[in-house]
Design a protein around this ligand. Structure first.
Ligand code: FES
Ligand SMILES: [Fe+2]
Length: 333
């Protein structure tokens, strides 16, 4: 059985990461790929490995939507077909590299590693909120941990009360006032919703709303297979429902680089302070903890370790189960 679900859209990159007139080389799902924008519109994605002597095509020359191998000059277009053989003569049909369907949506480039006949762009999760509000910076990190562990982390927001106490901890109110609901919606998404109604405000909000007043907070995370998540946060006065912060909506889109490393795509408000805050939360708080977790688990299978399951793990467990079902279904056909 494949280590990854195949018949699903994964995000390869933000479109803005691909240099104008050039290509982006990136490892995704354990294989190396090239992505570029076609001058006639649309995108191409082909494997970064020449079928002749297997050197990376990214070491060659790229021009006008074609890449020439830097070793012996075979040239490939965006469909993966060999369109030039400097030695002349007929080439076998194997003179091509794998190409994958790739579609731009919401500023991201989404690829489909499974059966291309099933690649329906309508199934790309809706991240339209990214451009619906104030401008944002799109960011990508590589985290040296398996994507499943980052998805678990995001699907259980209660960790904010311990790991993010200083950055965006909910002041203990997740436990004193929180109610959790796990729901599915018509888009195939699963939601883990924490609502904290009538909770004591964080310190900075007390000055705004006065002593004794309370706040209603919501922390909602949405998951689409395999690990395309979105986080929605609101905070309002309990008495008037007046928002105390603008509603926050952030993508947290995970794509395996390898089985042990993950491309993490997200956005933050423009500016160095906001970038630094995001780095602090994800790279200084989440990543070291999840990396230590991965090290402690070693090569063991998550379930074989018999993890203790808490009520707050429901969404993460359902997501893992759904991915396993999808992989099993793909394995049988
Ligand atoms: S290795 Fe690419 S053309 Fe020979
Ligand atoms: Fe976190």
């Amino acid at each position: 059985m494949s280590a990854y679900v195949r018949n699903v859209w994964y995000m390869a990159a933000w479109a803005g990461e691909v240099p104008e007139g050039g290509f982006l080389a990136r490892t995704l799902l354990d294989r190396k790929w090239l992505l570029w924008r076609e001058s006639a519109g649309g995108w191409s994605m082909i494997e970064d490995r020449c079928p002749h002597r297997f050197v990376p095509l990214s070491r060659g020359k790229f021009a006008d939507g074609r890449i020439s191998c830097g070793y012996h000059g075979l040239t490939f277009d965006g469909t993966g077909a060999c369109v030039h053989n400097p030695f002349g003569g007929d080439l076998p049909s194997s003179a091509r590299v794998t190409s994958l369907p790739v579609v731009e949506a919401h500023g991201g480039l989404w690829f489909w590693p499974g059966n291309p006949d099933k690649a329906d762009p309508a199934a790309i999760p809706d991240f339209g909120f990214i451009d619906a509000g104030s401008p944002v910076d799109r960011t990508a990190y590589v985290m040296g941990v398996p994507y499943e562990l980052i998805a678990d982390n995001l699907l259980d927001l209660s960790h904010a009360e311990f790991l993010h106490v200083d950055s965006f901890g909910t002041n203990g109110s997740l436990f004193s006032h929180g109610a959790q609901k796990v729901e599915q919606d018509d888009s195939g998404a699963m939601w883990n919703k924490w609502d904290m109604i009538g909770a004591p405000p964080p310190g900075w909000a007390t000055a705004m709303i006065g002593e004794g007043a309370t706040v209603d907070q919501t922390l909602h995370i949405r998951w689409h297979a395999p690990a395309s998540l979105a986080l929605f946060i609101t905070m309002a006065r309990s008495d008037s429902a007046e928002p105390l912060i603008p509603p926050l909506a952030n993508p947290h889109i995970l794509t395996p680089e390898t089985s042990r490393s993950t491309h993490y795509f997200f956005t933050h408000a423009p500016g160095e302070a906001e970038a630094a805050q995001a780095r602090r939360v994800f790279l200084e708080e989440d990543e070291p903890m999840v990396a230590a977790q991965a090290e402690a688990m070693g090569d063991a299978d998550f379930w074989e370790l018999k993890p203790l399951i808490l009520a707050s793990d429901k969404a993460a467990v359902l997501a893992r189960r759904k991915l396993m079902q999808m992989r099993k279904a793909e394995a049988v056909g």
